[in-house]
Write a protein that binds this ligand. Sequence first.
Ligand code: TNX
Length: 435
Amino acid sequence: MSVLATSGAPASGNIYLTTVDGDPALGEEGYELAITPDMVTLGACQPAGLFRGIQTIRQLLPPQIASSTVQPGPWKIAAGMIRDYPRFVWRGTMLDVARHFFSVEDVKRYIDLLAYYKINRFHMHLSDDQGWRIAIHTWPNLATHGGSTQVGGGRGGYYTQAEYSNIVTYAQRRYIMVVPEIDMPGHTHAALASYAELNCNGVAPALYTGTDVGFSSLDTGREKTWAFVDDVIGEMAALTPGPYLHIGGDEASATSAADYVHFIGRIQAIVNAHGKQMVGWEEIAQGKLLATTVAQHWHSDLARQAVQQGARIIMSPASTAYLDIKYNAATPLGLSWPGYIDVQTAYNWDPATQVVGVSEGDVLGVEAPLWSETLQTLDDIEFMAFPRLIGLAEIGWSPAAGKSWDEYQVCLGAHGPRLTALGVNFYRSALVPWQ
Ligand code: TNX
């Protein structure tokens, strides 16, 4: 039986949550936990802090508490005091729903797992050459035609705006901000295949189901393109309660350098006109950036140029933070273009020392992208994300000073029974002493 009561005078035997007289130094997400033989008191300044602290309580209780079936207990928790707050405000992961499409149910399940590890940003890669995954009312063919297939030629899919909003609300209730990405001016083949008038030659190409990159581009000199961009950004802004819209901007090798710079400047103004801050992959630093714009580092030193323009950086180095990269040569799923990323590599890096000229104060936070060229099911997602995403969550939350693989691997090993109880299809890396 579970009982939730509201009271200013909790009796012993309870778990007491309060934001009354919360310490402002804890910030938005920090919390204090006092566990005595009598009761558990969780205090925070903001509701988000209580939510994060509840995840800690869940993780302090025995692993069986996470089971979906009724367990006998007893539910013991060690006594002690915890004062805890994050190092970075942006602790994210990205899911590519364009190369392969994932259902609302699968996405919600993934969001639940993100919440358990205090991830607070969920970046959705909603469009790419192989698929357009969000209904845009002013350009309906994007979803109905552009979303109709996926890598390998299977049936794709798309979210209606109501379904998408449902995901956003679901995440919000877990204090996770959804950051939508519409990738432009490259990675736009699905859009070009959906509307003839977006193409230089006025002809819509056939849909694409391979895995090449860098071959498509919006025609940046065409006014129809700008009507399209403004409509899409406008609808996405209306669907987005958070301050950020991600415009992609990566691998635009089919766009000339001059057109690219022009494109970034103009789309940044459009994003701002719709009341949002632009986020883009670090290539956007070739354009003129506003200080409110955020660049996402993945594989070059362009992030430094973004910092020189006053922009802040999300650190997603492909060689350590990418969840779609194989753990090792034997991993059945994933890619290996930046090498392999075992569980130790995924944990052992520091966002403040990755790129020369990008230091702690320039870094908004960290994000682990999961590209889905080779991933088709929720089981596949879980296998690539877990346990590496836990390392990313740790990098984003804990101070760099206390970092130790020797200690971390033991803690991670203790999460084995928890992941099992949660039903997660995780990779049992031989580097980890699983319990
Ligand atoms: C590079 S990372 C890409 C994606 C691919 C990914 C595969 C980035 C901004 N672009 O288009 O899916 O590599 O790892």
